[in-house]
Structure formats: structure tokens, C-alpha cells
Design a protein around this ligand. Sequence first.
Ligand SMILES: Cc1ncc(COP(=O)(O)O)c(C=O)c1O
Length: 453
Amino acid sequence: MGADPVEFRGLSEAVVDAERRFAAANPLSHARHLRARKVLPGGHSRQTLYYAPFPVTFVSGKDAVLTDLDGHKYLNLVGDYAAGVLGHTCEPVQRAAREVLAGGLSLGGVNSKEVELAEVISARIPSIQQIRFCNSGSEACLFSVQLARHATARPKIMVFKGCYHGAFLIYGNTDPALSIPLEVVKATYNEVEGTRRSLRSNPESIGAVIVEPMMGAAGAIPASRAFLGMLREETRRIGALLIFDEVMTSRLSPGGLQGFYGLTPDITTLGKFWGGGFPFGAYGGSREVMRYLDLGGGGTLSQGGTFNANIVTMAAGIVATRDVYTPQTCTELNALGDRLRERLNNLGRKFRVGFQATGMGGIMNTHWHNRPISNPEHVEPVNSAPRRLFQLEMMLQGYYVAQRGTFALSLPVSAGDLDGFVEATEQFITQYRDLLLPTEESSAHLGSAATKS
Ligand SMILES: Cc1ncc(COP(=O)(O)O)c(C=O)c1O
């Protein structure tokens, strides 16, 4: 077998057939999509959620189960791209939100909850001595980069090819027009010596290096400890600030991945689950760095944001992180993820097909080839034929999975649920084995890497 055009055509035909069955099974979602396209570009509000032929519309969620407009139920394995770690109906968090709602909205002053959430986060992630809340991970990343450039009085930042630091900081082979036009030095993720050289050749102009300790949207690609350690050492040496974007990875270990690796960044960005399911973003670091935001204390950066530290997010976030996603729960969920990844990888080996799952703990990404993946160039496009086919077939079986292959487990997902999913994956591989490529030759037909958003 190999990149035989006949086999590739077979896969494309299988996708067309799966799309036809999917559309037939979802007439109400289809109608909603057509209606939405008239008033929403593409019929949605977030590119990540779109997939062909149209995304199903969800109407409710309970624990880890979603219900769509046509009445189908799905085990949710996407976990809102890492934000939904608590599942859909975490009663203590919902109660906390209801309680603050009863106290009135938009009070327009500092509130009683923000200090408490700041204390909880600071205790969990000691490098965050002070924190500033905003409303999304995208804002947090942009603010942190601007803070670092201001603090160092240097114009450039270093980023890694294919990285995703939110809607304004995306750097692939071509940079999307929505990305902020900053002066960037691009390096290759996990490439230790090349990156070191690049930093050393820009010793006075790079103000910050922003890096995910595991690349999430790009395909759940863990960093090596040596790579992150080099970044810590070299940024100190040239006087640049090291920003860990832990918007996605902070759920992977009780103190974030920085705790796992034993590294202390200058600034950390957070998002997703820390708000208990409500819009959340934050960035924090040492007092020395954060003092620039303290105008009363001589700082020079004035940062606004009407809904920063909104009371509902703060109240939900306190309960979510202090009481529900405790260090122990975090460790258990990630152990469940490690076991799932191992079982998926065993399937690739057992059937000798190009299939693997990368990632850490409860966040992973499936790929339809078995070559080593250490940077986004090794990842097939988000809409490759095997990805599309797998997503549609799994959805038809009642498993909500992302086309790009992202998995993020949530607390209500049980080991039994995952047994069912592994079985369904095995059936998929058995059914389509002849159209998938064998282990030795398994990436030529997948095309070149694409940047995710
Ligand atoms: C690593 C990383 N940074 C930043 C963001 C942006 O966060 P948000 O979607 O809350 O703006 C994301 C979102 O997926 C992310 O994964």
C-alpha cells in the first residue's frame, strides 16, 4: 500500500458517504445551519467549531453527555477544547453562579471575589505572585506579550512556528490577517540548539519568548524538558521574559505544566477551565513584572476591560478550582487520560495502521500516521480525509470528537465510557483498515501541515 491514488480516492469516497449519512441523520441541525449562515458568517461564531458538512447544534449537556437538536446524545470527548474540565452540570459551580446572580450584576466596582480567586491561583501556581484577570485566553496572551515588551523596552517576541496563542497571536507559514502585526522571530518547537542560536543572535531586541509547554491546538505536542529548560536559561541570559502560555496546559498537573517540569516562567497566561465554564482569561507573574500594571505604585501600563474579573466568573472559578478540580482530582483525571492514550496507541500497533495519539494526561490529539511528532510540521492538516471520516463515524456512533483530533477529558467521563470509545475506534480501524496507510508509509498522503485556529 502507500500513497496510491486509488486508495486515496477510496478514502474520499468514504468521507462523501459518511457526510451523506450524517446529513440524513441531522435534518434539524442542517436547517439551523442554513438559517444561521444568513446572519452569522459561516453559520457560527468560532472557527474551531465548524466542520463539514455542517456542525450539529447542541441544545443541552448533562455531566459528559450532550444532546443535539435532532435528539441524538453524545459522549463529549472534546471537552470544549480543554475548557470544559468539569463537564456540563457541575452543581457546586452552578450554585455559586446562581448565588452571585441573585446579588445583582454589573456593579461596576471592584468585587469581593476577585481577591479570593487570585489567592487560590497564586497558591496553586507560585510563579504567579500577582494576577490580572481579563475575559479570554486570547486577551491574556496579548496583554502578557505587550507587558513583556514594555517591561523590557524591546520590540520583538520569539514565537514557535505553528503556535496558537489565541485569536490575535497565530504564527504559521503564513500569518493570518487577524494576527497582531508584531515583530516576531520564529523558531522551531523542540529544536534546542537552533532556538538557542536564534536567541543569542538577537540578544538586545527580543523582549519575550512565548511558548506553550505542550502545544495544544497545533496537535498536543509535548515540549521536551531540555527545550523548555534551554528557553529558561537563555531568556535569563539575554534579559528577555519567558511567558508560558498555560491557557490549555494548566489543567495537566496541579501546578500547571510549569510545576510538572519544575520551571519558573516570568509570566503565565491562563484561560479556559479556571472560570468554572464562564469566560475567563488571566495573566500573572512575579511582583517585579506585574508592578507595571500598578499605576498607584509607579506603574505605567493602564489596562482596561469592562468585564474583567466579572463576579460570576470569579465566584464559579473559586469553587471550580478550590473545591472541584483539586490537585487530587486533577491527578486522577490526567492518569485516566494517560491510560486512554496508551490504549489508542496500542490500536495503531495492533492493526499496523498509521494511527497515534499524542499529548499528556487528559489532553490529547489523534493523528493518522505513526511518524514521530515533535513540532507542527509533522501534523497532517486539520481536515485530512482520515480526520473527517473518523469524526463523522464517531459522531454517528454517539461520540462527540473534534475533526482536528483534539480530545480533552472531563471529570464525568468514566473509565467505562472510554472502554466504549476505544472499542468504537477499534471497529473504525477494522472497517477502514484497507484505506488507512500501514505503519511504515503512513503520512505521505496526508499533505503538509496546517496551522490550527
Ligand atoms: C494555548 C492557548 N492560548 C490561548 C488561547 C486562547 O484562549 P481563548 O479561546 O479563551 O481566547 C487558547 C485557546 O484555545 C489556547 O489553546
